[in-house]
Design a protein around this ligand. Structure first.
Ligand code: AMP
Length: 511
């Protein structure tokens, strides 16, 4: 039997105790310290006699949150990361949907409204832990740790009705993903891996687990650093990074900096992308700036644990494709293409919905059997997931991606259901109807979100837009905020009485 994630991690803690597990702007945390802090967290959870079930970890993407995720795991609890930059309304929806066994707050302060919301749950804050205490790491009891098909984490994604859906990922889902990342990409000793994605976004697992289980070092960029380009480039330039993990949108920002080159980052060996389309333009620029590094395009939804397909972006691929392929399946996974109408699986070359089957498919949406039944199913007894992505497998066995079959988009790397924004927008007083349109660049990237509203603007559209933005900011994540608001007296309707998205797109965006 393969060892659990916690068992493997404690082996690393034993053999590589002095190695830095996590480096942020100001501090380095060794594997030894991480082991100590994990035990401290697990002990306090046990002392508090937290009932069975997931633990919400409310904080930011820092060392403390990571140590709490792992402490929760050691004590037999799944963790649910909630980013402290989330609006109160979203936190409320997640807490209600999840009904956590406990909430652990990993930032020093939270405001009164959150305190009131968390009051009804068993909570632990930073001052409940003694992170200076030394634990005996040779006798750690790992028998309660998460294993097998138990839920390892739940990540909440945008849901079409405005209520977030919690993707429940099992220990074995995460372990097979981690093994793949460690073994099938460029193997690097003492790997220094960029950790930049928020922990509430599943791109973060690309960095966290492969690094920790291979004795690597996480080089972490905080949100504050990434929001200030000068600070970010200064930090990047004094960091040694071997493996880069990000969305293509994030590398696009980095490519703007002239100092982001192979000469200044001679240790860089590979770039791994996921989460949205990697354009030829971005890949070409990167190849010019980093000729010695390998570029990987990987693909997968949160519901299939990070990613499930991968391909090396070679010069040949750049020459032969007009849209970059997303590769071949990792071991334990099979990709099928299904006809959306007849539900028949199509032979090679057939275009339809990408269906993922195998050991990466998550357990389903937590406490949401309805949504689970809509998207998760079985093929010959094997777990399967309807991605909602359009694709085909070409003659060289490469999976191709042609966008969505529904109203989900990727904007700056973030997954957004347009209907999620619409649900919150239409709930605002004075709004009768609304839709949100993605405006695409010629290489299929969303450049902005445009909200189209029918409502009581009282002829002052500017003031109404301000009011809408203010009301929306209390309900949706900042990355979901439309940048443009347009107003209509009535919406064009389709024959069956729904808003005609195509017609309104033509009118508003002139396409
Ligand atoms: P998330 O759950 O946030 O990882 O979002 C999953 C969705 O992102 C997929 O269903 C795709 O629509 C899109 N996506 C992920 N990776 C890629 C890729 N390499 N190329 C194109 N789209 C991608």
């Amino acid at each position: 039997m393969t060892k659990t994630i916690i068992a493997q991690l404690f082996t690393k803690i034993e053999t590589d105790g002095e190695v830095a597990a996590f480096i942020d702007k100001a501090n380095e945390y060794s594997y030894y310290q991480l082991g100590n802090d994990i035990v401290e967290v697990a002990q306090k959870i046990n002392q508090k006699e937290v009932k069975k079930g997931p633990i919400i970890v409310y904080g930011v993407n820092d060392y403390r949150a990571l140590s709490v995720f792992l402490g929760a795991n050691l004590s037999g609890h799944a963790y649910v990361p909630i980013d402290a930059h989330s609006p109160l309304e979203r936190v409320k929806l997640i807490v209600e949907a999840c009904e956590p066994a406990a909430i652990i707050i990993t930032i020093p302060e939270i405001d009164l409204a959150l305190k009131a919301l968390f009051e009804n749950y068993s909570t632990l804050s930073l001052h409940d832990f003694d992170f200076k205490k030394k634990h005996d790491l040779t006798t750690v009891d790992i028998s309660q740790a998460i294993s097998g098909t138990q839920i390892n984490y739940i990540i909440y994604t945008s849901g079409t009705t405005g209520v977030p859906k919690g993707v429940a990922v099992s220990h074995d889902n995460l372990l097979t993903f981690t093994d793949w990342m460690i073994n099938d990409f460029v193997p690097i000793n003492n790997n220094q891996i960029l950790s930049q994605a928020p922990f509430s976004f599943d791109l973060s697992i690309f960095s966290l687990y492969p690094s920790l289980l291979s004795g690597g070092t996480l080089v972490a960029l905080s949100r504050e650093e990434t929001l200030n380009f000068k600070v970010m480039f200064e930090r990047l330039n004094r960091s040694v990074i071997n493996t880069w993990i990000s969305t293509p949108s994030f590398i696009d920002i980095c490519l703007l900096d002239p100092s982001f080159t192979q000469e200044n980052h001679s240790a860089m060996q590979q770039f791994i992308f996921c989460g949205e389309e990697l354009t030829i333009n971005t890949a070409q620029k990167l190849r010019q700036k980093f000729p010695a590094a390998v570029i990987w395009n990987t693909y997968g939804p949160t519901e299939a644990t990070g990613a499930v397909t991968y391909t090396k972006i070679t010069d040949e691929i750049l020459k032969n494709y007009d849209r970059l392929p997303i590769g071949q399946a990792k071991s334990g996974v099979e990709i099928k293409i299904q006809d959306p109408e007849t539900k028949a699986f199509l032979p090679q070359g057939g275009r339809g919905e990408i269906v993922i089957t195998g050991n990466s498919v998550a357990l389903g949406y937590y406490k949401n059997p309805e949504k689970t039944a809509e998207a998760f199913f079985e093929v010959d007894g094997i777990s399967a997931y309807h991605t909602g992505d359009a694709g085909l497998i070409d003659e060289s066995g490469q999976l191709r991606y042609f966008g969505r079959l529904d109203f989900q988009v990727k904007f700056n790397g973030f997954r957004i259901e347009l209907q999620d924004i619409e649900a919150h927008l239409t709930a605002i007083e004075g709004v009768e109807k609304s839709i949100v349109l993605p405006d695409y660049t010629s290489d299929n990237k969303v450049r902005r979100l445009v909200a189209v509203v029918q409502g009581e603007t009282n002829a002052d559209e500017r003031a109404f837009t301000k009011y809408l933005k203010q009301s929306l900011s209390e309900r949706i994540m900042d990355y979901m905020m439309p940048s443009t608001f347009k107003y209509v007296d009535t919406f064009p309707l389709t024959q069956n009485g729904k808003i005609d998205r195509k017609a309104i797109t033509d009118i508003i965006l002139g396409k």
